[in-house]
Design a protein around this ligand. Sequence first.
Ligand code: CA2
Length: 144
Amino acid sequence: MHILVINGPNLNMLGIREPDIYGRKTYADLCEFISAQAEKENVAVEFYQSNHEGGIVDKIQEAYGKADGIIINPGAYTHTSVAILDALKAVGIPTCEIHISDVNAREPFRSISYVGMYAEKTYAGYGFNGYTMALSYLNEKYGK
Ligand code: CA2
């Protein structure tokens, strides 16, 4: 089982600002946290973070025929990117959407998600745990 974990714009800033919303842990802490769970479940994980929409689209396309699952926190592109939605649809890889914060309890524009129109599951408001919940879900359903 090979899972690609994608984080979108500004998630490399985790732990640096807005700790009341996103916590005090860093992006490196997030990758370690996911890796520890992946090791327990014997899942191979690959991490990708980009502040660029096209980079995320390229990475999703590259995953075609390689990744068995995608876990994606598209950051602000969640609410705007038809291109990322189309890329996910194009590769047809089982996908879970993650948001560290509870997007539905914030500004109304954060309740709109294009990626959510493709994702099998959305975990929002569970902090870093959303990523490992998604990993376990994908592994249970598609693991080999
Ligand atoms: O809750 C989430 O995970 C979000 O996807 C995070 C995005 C936001 O645009 C979405 O609406 C919800 C923003 C990520 C910004 O991350 C920062 C981390 C530290 C400091 C500043 C920004």
